[in-house]
Design a protein around this ligand. Structure first.
Ligand SMILES: [Zn+2]
Length: 421
């Protein structure tokens, strides 16, 4: 069973002053708790929720006896998450601060602290008992309700003080049954392209991830430096412009687009997706020439791991099975003869040392991923052969150079599925 999660933001109606004041008090106490817990966790190098809770539960209960006890649980969860990411940054040398700032909070609620009340309101447990908050459902909310998604037991709420509203982040979950694959669709994620093989045709999607991330990174840096000089480090204008840039960056986020195309193609054919089992070393060696630690991490996230994650997430949503295979030597051995392919200095085209045929490096990789999936080199690959499997040999016309069909980014980002090809 695969599990997909989506967060949907809904707003409450404008709340009565009395109710809102109660929520402000609640937020204040929650904020204090998280702040104290984070300080403690960071000082004592605690990253685990269980440990933090074990050490601080009694004290927090004593400090806030009027609060329902589960607020201590969720505050510990919230705090341990913050502490963990702060300690990671600290370890990477990416922050000079002693403690993370707990500026804005959203209040984490578990199933003891909130419950839906019909489809148009929720109940929240507070220090003054349960309160009912009416929400303003929108189209997207109804879409999830009507399509068989279920509300998760955890949610987060945030106060919009200007409008006297509650912002509620509802998590929806859906369980989907994975189907039995009728064939395979291997995906090879490279530095600047994603190559897939569908029924013997290799498609190379140009992504230029590196250029995209680098461009964004330097633009951001330039803005920061420029505005820091003129307006000081904490200027409102700078924040606004960076926010705009971030939003544009998200729109340019090609990860979801490529994941959509791939997963829909697999789903339409009822194939399983084949991915490389990523070793850290593999990724690092690909971007090793980038000195800046933070930048390297970003490119890795945006490019290789990021695209894989997006595919995994989409696949879960559609119930498409994913198979992982060992990526070792996938671009070095001829998929037909199993002998080394010789690439002359730096070329993407190589010659098979046995058959003499020409191969494009990315096509070799993708064919080998398919072979490995068929041979059961994945954790849950079906056995070889069988009537339901695509049993043809590796695609190969003896005279071709096995070049992939190259699709520029400007073209494929407008697609919804491969059928557009
Ligand atoms: Zn060969």
């Amino acid at each position: 069973m695969a599990r997909a999660t989506r967060t949907v933001m809904v707003r409450s109606v404008k709340l009565p002053r009395k109710v809102f004041r109660l929520l402000v008090e609640l937020e204040g106490m929650y904020h204090n708790m998280v702040e104290q817990l984070v300080m403690y966790a960071v000082r004592n190098n605690i990253k685990s929720f269980t440990k933090l809770k074990a050490l601080k539960y009694r004290e927090m209960r004593r400090l806030y006896p009027q609060l329902p006890s589960h607020y201590v649980y969720t505050a510990c969860q919230d705090a341990s998450t913050r502490a963990k990411s702060f300690l990671r940054l600290k370890k990477l040398g990416l922050t000079q601060k002693e403690y993370p700032e707990v500026k804005r909070v959203s209040i984490w609620l578990d199933d003891h602290l909130w419950k839906p009340s019909g489809y148009t309101s929720i109940k929240v447990a507070t220090h003054k008992g349960w309160i009912v908050v009416e929400i303003e459902p929108h189209k997207q909310y109804w879409k999830y309700i009507n399509r068989g998604w279920r509300l998760a037991s955890e949610t987060k709420i945030k106060l919009d003080k200007r409008n006297r509203q509650l912002i509620i982040y509802l998590a929806f979950v859906k369980k989907d049954k994975e189907y039995k694959p009728k064939g395979y669709l291997p995906v090879d994620v490279n530095e600047n392209n994603v190559t897939i093989l569908v029924d013997g045709v290799a498609y190379l999607f140009e992504t230029n991830t590196e250029r995209l991330v680098l461009g964004y990174y330097y633009r951001r840096k330039r803005i920061q430096e420029k505005y820091d000089v003129v307006y000081g480090e904490k200027s409102r204008i700078k924040r606004k412009i960076l926010k705009k840039l971030r939003e544009r960056g998200r729109k340019l986020d090609i990860r979801w687009k490529i994941a959509n195309i791939i997963v829909r193609s697999a789903y339409n054919k009822q194939y399983a997706i084949v991915l490389e089992r990523f070793g850290r070393r593999v990724a690092n060696s690909m971007i090793a020439r980038i000195r800046d630690k933070q930048l390297r991490h970003r490119i890795f996230q945006a490019g290789f791991r990021g695209i894989q994650r997006a595919i995994e997430e989409k696949a879960r949503e559609y119930g498409v099975p994913v198979i992982y295979v060992n990526p070792k030597y996938t671009s070095k051995l001829c998929p037909v003869h199993g002998t080394p392919i010789i690439y002359s200095n730096g070329s993407r085209i190589g010659r098979c040392s046995k058959g003499g045929e020409l191969w494009h490096r990315d096509v070799v990789a993708i064919c080998n991923l398919l072979l490995r999936a068929r041979l059961g080199d994945g954790s849950n690959a079906p056995s070889l052969g069988g009537p339901t499997l695509d049993g043809r040999p590796v695609p190969l016309a003896s005279t071709a150079t096995h070049d992939p069909t190259r699709i520029p980014r400007e073209v494929w980002t407008r697609w919804k599925s491969l059928e557009a090809a």
